[in-house]
Design a protein around this ligand. Structure first.
Ligand SMILES: Nc1ncnc2c1ncn2[C@@H]1O[C@H](COP(=O)(O)OP(=O)(O)O)[C@@H](O)[C@H]1O
Ligand SMILES: O=P(O)(O)OC[C@H]1O[C@](O)(COP(=O)(O)O)[C@@H](O)[C@@H]1O
Ligand SMILES: [Mg+2]
Length: 473
């Protein structure tokens, strides 16, 4: 593992409560590095753009809703090309690595990093690290050229391969030094960005001129601060196809029930957006909103009612929903994957059995339930048009930032603008659906499903027990 003394956050304060949570720069720890004029100023495609270079003081506010007297609040550095760069083209040896689970758009980001480095800055030496973090020290590298990556954006997955676990900071930074790498582009989710932050700290401790740049990836959309992660739109679109199939099946048979499981380990964004987009879903269950099955206000009562009203229904369940219920009923222990993420039980299968058992016992209604699990199919598709454009902008922002000498940052869209966000802000928590926010209220009103809060008998009982009696006060 690297240095235990982490670099301090760079926070710059201005008038009227303005705060810039800035990102590290080579000049913070390496004095008197030479700079060069940005080659983009002679590039015919870009040289015509007025004010193509981003002003040094440009920043993007984290919150755009403002009150008359409220302070200006937290800002992030605006991404984009700078007038001066810290590398000459033939000096750069870039490396790209993809870590964690698959996500639509990974290949587009790889392609646009390679093409962006080459076309905008004339960088020819780009290598791919094979198979995630452990590839730095356990596998051979792959040479990447604009020609070799030309068509990869049309394919799902990652041409570099990926993995969980295997993050060894010292071995990774040794490999970076041994291979002469001076720009590292690390594409991955929350776990990956934590690993990237450790790599940055070790690189800085060793005083190396190596830009460490994170590009946030996760179809779960659970990375904080940023508007959304790439591949999320594609995943929601693909989820629609599964929901459609479930609806067609359910509608075509008496008392038909379609159950669709979608990804979302800790955050139910895909399930929520797919439900809102589809209009065919009767009930959406996510990890953030606990539910219960039996009794008044429970899921089974609701299923009965919907079948009586409509003759069919569709349930969408995020894989991380109701995990406590599944563990309770199957008496199983919590397990972890190689990266330390919770390994989930198949809640879709479990809930399908519970619904079937309920109606079998009830004997008054025969149901026809079809369970669809499209999770890995959704993750493996190539990105759609809007995600492709998003991936391109992210990759180009990453390249501009590294060339300008910034390091220890993740690129991200904040209020529709590309920004550079310090690692510590990205890894401090997880983005979750807030069930007291308007979006979840919109969902509840569109499905008319129970909120599972008011009537839960157990909660009422627990509350009763927790109330101290008059004599105990
Ligand atoms: N706290 C951490 N410190 C260092 N590396 C980590 C940490 N958490 C995860 N990683 C590494 O990041 C990589 C991807 O993490 P994982 O959680 O599997 O996926 P994701 O990045 O998509 O969340 C793995 O190789 C894992 O070892
Ligand atoms: O089976 P795998 O490949 O470990 O991945 C399953 C997990 O990967 C995800 O698709 C994405 O998670 P990460 O972004 O952490 O990789 C989760 O939704 C899912 O729980
Ligand atoms: Mg993750």
């Amino acid at each position: 593992m690297g240095s235990s003394v982490n670099s301090k956050p760079k926070v710059i304060k201005g008038p009227a409560g303005y705060v810039l949570e800035d990102v590290p720069h080579f000049s913070d720890y390496i004095p008197e590095l030479p700079t060069h004029s940005n080659p983009l100023q002679d590039n015919p495609a870009y040289s015509v753009v007025k004010q193509y270079f981003v002003h040094v003081d440009d920043s993007v506010p984290q919150k755009i809703i403002a009150h008359k007297d409220s302070p200006r609040g937290v800002h992030f550095r605006r991404a984009g090309p700078r007038q001066r760069v810290y590398y000459e083209a033939d000096e750069v040896q870039a490396a790209i690595v993809t870590c964690g689970g698959l996500c639509p758009g990974l290949n587009t980001v790889i392609r646009e990093l390679v093409c962006g480095l080459n076309n905008m800055y004339g960088v020819k030496k780009v290598m791919g690290i094979n198979g995630g973090y452990k590839g730095f020290y356990a596998h051979n590298t792959i040479a990447l050229t604009p020609k070799s990556v030309n068509d990869i954006h049309k394919r799902g997955g990652t041409v570099l391969g990926s993995s969980r676990g295997g993050h060894d900071t010292t071995k990774i930074v040794d490999s970076i030094q041994d291979r002469g790498i001076n720009q590292v582009y690390i594409i991955g989710g929350d776990g990956t960005q934590r690993g990237a932050s450790r790599i940055f700290e070790e690189v800085r401790r060793r005083g190396l001129k190596v830009a460490v740049v994170g590009i946030p990836k996760t179809i779960d959309n659970d990375i904080p601060v940023i508007d959304k992660s790439f591949g999320f739109d594609t995943a929601v679109e693909e989820a629609q196809r599964a929901i459609n199939a479930a609806h067609v099946e359910a509608e075509s048979i008496e008392n038909g029930i379609g159950v669709v499981k979608l990804m979302g380990r800790y955050s139910g964004f895909i399930a929520m957006y797919a439900t809102l987009a589809s209009r065919d879903v009767d009930c959406c269950l996510i990890p953030e909103s606990p539910f219960y099955l039996e009794g008044p206000g429970g899921l089974l009562e609701f299923v009965e009612r919907r079948l009586k009203e409509n003759g069919h229904m569709v349930v969408v369940i995020a894989e991380g929903a109701g995990q406590e219920l599944v563990s309770e009923s199957m008496q199983s222990m919590a397990k972890q994957d190689a990266s330390g993420n919770k390994l989930l039980q198949d809640v879709g299968l479990w809930i399908s059995h519970k619904i079937k058992d309920h109606f079998a016992k009830l004997k008054t209604m025969t149901i026809n339930l079809k369970y669809i699990d499209p999770t890995y199919m959704i993750r493996a598709v190539p990105s759609n048009a809007s995600d492709n454009v998003y991936c391109t902008l992210l990759a180009q922002s990453a390249v501009h930032g590294a060339m300008a000498g910034y390091t220890g940052f993740t690129c991200g869209l904040v209020n529709g603008r590309q920004t550079y966000i310090p690692f510590y802000r990205i890894i401090e928590g997880q983005n979750k659906v807030i069930i007291t926010d308007r979006m979840w209220a919109r969902l509840l009103s569109s499905t008319n499903q129970p909120s599972f809060i008011i009537h839960k008998p157990d909660i009422a009982e627990e509350n009763k027990e927790e109330q101290p009696s008059e004599s105990a006060k």
